[in-house]
Design a protein around this ligand. Structure first.
Ligand code: ATP
Ligand code: MG
Length: 400
């Protein structure tokens, strides 16, 4: 049993001593059996939220209406959720009603995939009602129960299927696969933010290529913002992902935008559709600008400089892309730039006013921009006297 579980054992014991059942469930059980590192330990229990709160002194109501209470223990928070069943679904995304039950079996039945429907007792015994352990050794992702029903209940599960296949390097079971292809249009009912989470994880999975191909084959992308008629571009992206995968969301979405052939402005529009954070959008625009130049040939020092803090993402993205550029060389050239930001210029606006007796105005910006460009491209040393001298020359020229 990994340390994370051992540390949480007293929680299970305390709940059991109070007369209820408690188990480890979900991703942490799956990942342990796959010998992968685990992040959060989730607990399922027959105790109702109010009962949990009576047993433990320190709890936080993190999602009490769904039965989730966080138990705080020595600085660690454990999400503890009451066994529940979900009633009819009329909107393809939320149960009309969540009912707390006392039976683990009922709780495991509502979970999405067999490998996610395992429970672990405090003694290390695995409870496996749907053949999850066997699917795990065969590396198969299979919906619990009848897949079409499960995707009708919650259409996000189709995205989760391709995401887990990509992350776990599993193949999707044919019946599950068929149900995704048949129900793909239901994805239109799901909030873009939730699709985004799954798609981002998919692109970064070790088998991202397989997951993406499954996504295209089943037609899920036809119901995703900006991707409705991009099968060919996505297939080209999938080929790249066979060799290497993006290491973070910015790389993943920048590379996707590049493979879609978007210019910086359309990249911005595309990422806004997906409700990406502004910071990522700015990064992606700089990445795309540099990549589009690289695609046409070499870039100069000014291009590298203008990429600014997006340079790390840009170079990592270029490496995965089909652009054949010497990334190490580009990186060295960037490192060797005399300045990386405008603020590193050896003089600032205030000093210009003082030394040249200039009134603040448009000439100012022009002078600073000119100095910046010349310093970056090597025509001028980033040294106070040299910069002031060059500035004075510009002023003289302007006067004429
Ligand atoms: P990760 O490692 O990415 O967190 P996870 O399996 O823990 O993977 P979560 O989204 O954290 O995934 O969900 C925890 C568990 O809750 C899942 O393992 C699954 O049993 C159940 N679950 C989550 N989302 C759904 C869903 N949409 N439908 C059915 N069961 C779900
Ligand atoms: Mg989880």
């Amino acid at each position: 049993m990994p340390l994370e579980f051992i540390e949480a054992l007293p929680i299970l014991e305390t709940i059991e001593n109070a007369g209820y059942e408690a188990y480890f469930v979900g991703g942490s059980v799956r990942d342990t059996l796959l010998s992968k590192p685990i992040h959060d330990v989730d607990i399922a229990t027959s105790a109702y939220p109010e009962e949990i709160k009576k047993i433990f002194n320190r709890t936080v109501d993190t999602g009490i209406e769904h039965g989730t209470v966080m138990i705080l223990d020595h600085g660690t928070g454990y999400e503890t959720t009451t066994f529940r069943t979900e009633s009819t679904y009329t909107d393809f995304r939320r149960p009309d009603e969540v009912k707390f039950v006392r039976s683990l079996d009922e709780d495991l039945k509502r979970r999405d995939f067999t490998v996610n429907a395992l429970a672990l007792t405090k003694d290390g015994e695995v409870i496996d009602l749907f053949g999850g352990v066997q699917d795990m050794s065969a590396k198969v992702l299979r919906a619990v129960g009848r897949p079409e029903e499960r995707f009708h209940e919650d259409a996000l599960r189709m995205m989760r299927a391709v995401r887990f296949a990509a992350q776990l390097d599993f193949k999707i079971d044919p019946d599950t696969q068929k149900a995704i292809a048949e129900n793909a249009p239901l994805l239109a009912n799901i909030a873009v933010e939730r699709i985004n989470v799954e798609f981002s994880k998919l692109m970064q999975g070790t088998s991202a290529s397989y997951g993406l191909v499954e996504m295209i084959k089943s037609g899920l992308n036809r119901f995703m913002p900006g991707l409705s008629s991009t099968d060919q571009d996505l297939a080209a992206y999938a080929e790249l992902l066979q060799i290497a995968q993006p290491a973070d969301d910015s790389q993943a979405w920048s590379l996707l935008s590049f493979e879609l052939g978007l210019n910086p402005q359309d990249t911005s529009k595309f990422l806004k559709l997906w409700k990406q954070p502004n910071e990522m959008i700015q990064t992606a625009k700089s990445v795309i600008t540099l990549m589009n130049k690289l695609r046409l040939g070499d870039v100069n020092d000014w291009d590298l400089y203008q990429t600014q803090d997006a340079i790390t993402t840009a170079l990592a993205t270029v490496k995965i892309s089909e652009i054949s550029a010497n990334v190490d060389n580009l990186s060295m050239r960037y490192q060797a730039l005399p300045i990386k930001h405008k603020q590193e210029l050896a003089i600032n606006g205030g000093e210009l006013v003082k030394s040249l007796h200039l009134a603040p105005g448009p000439l100012f910006g022009k002078i600073l921009a000119d100095l910046e460009h010349r310093v970056v491209t090597g025509g001028l040393e980033n040294e106070r006297a040299a910069l002031l001298h060059a500035a004075a020359e510009i002023v003289e020229k302007e006067k004429k």
